[in-house]
Design a protein. Structure first.
Length: 215
């Protein structure tokens, strides 16, 4: 970044970042707030718009790739049907609310994408989440763990609902819990879209190569 005024604030200073950006914009400057992934999903777009209130300032939200999408791509096609994004962090959302959402997701047979699954000081939420899903889904339900998605140190693990807690999970991990139809084939986690129920056959096409005629 050349010839630009840059302000760096630590974690948990999100509102201060937003306030600073709005203040700069109100003076006539062009202000940009950097937000990982898609800024409209657990990102900075919401706080900025809320803070602006009725002020008539133009805002451009640039879409990005959220962890759910990048993790799904690493796993195969686990989000081909309905799914829910749920953050296990209770910093901004009370745990009873998070728990009700987990129960609704599990009971509704939605694929679940869990953000912020576990930190150094907070492990009990992921344990409780697994218990909730085990009440509604088989122990063998496929689970995908993607750590450092789209980064150089990316790790991809295919496991099951019963065994997922045996693996390392932290704040850099995105957890995808399959639904009752999700399966694992080779290195891929797949949730059917529903074409088979409409009679569509997935037999691989066969082709006969024509022999090349040379004179």
């Amino acid at each position: 970044i050349v010839d630009q005024e840059v302000h760096r604030l630590p974690m948990r200073k999100e509102m201060e970042r937003c306030r600073l950006a709005v203040q700069q914009a109100l003076t006539g400057k062009k202000a940009a707030v950097i937000s990982g992934g898609y800024p409209g999903l657990y990102g900075m777009a919401g706080p900025i718009l809320e803070m602006l209130g009725e002020r008539e300032l133009p805002v451009v939200i640039i879409p990005g790739v959220t962890a759910a999408v990048s993790a799904a791509a690493a796993l195969g096609a686990p989000l081909m049907n309905d799914f829910a994004d749920i953050s296990l962090s209770d910093l901004l959302t009370p745990w009873p609310v998070v728990e009700r959402r987990l129960q609704a997701c599990a009971a509704g047979d939605l694929v679940a994408v869990l953000y912020n699954p576990q930190s150094k000081k907070r492990r009990e939420q992921i344990v409780k989440a697994v218990r909730i899903f085990l009440k509604h889904r088989a122990e063998t339900t496929p689970v995908g763990l993607v750590r450092n998605s789209e980064r150089a140190a990316e790790e991809v693990i295919l496991t099951s609902l019963k065994k997922m807690l045996e693996h390392h999970i932290d704040m850099f991990t995105t957890v995808i819990i399959g639904n009752s139809q999700t399966f694992i084939r080779g290195r891929h986690m797949i949730t059917p879209r529903g074409y088979r129920s409409r009679g569509v056959k997935f037999n691989a096409p066969t082709f006969k190569l024509k022999k090349e005629v040379t004179s």
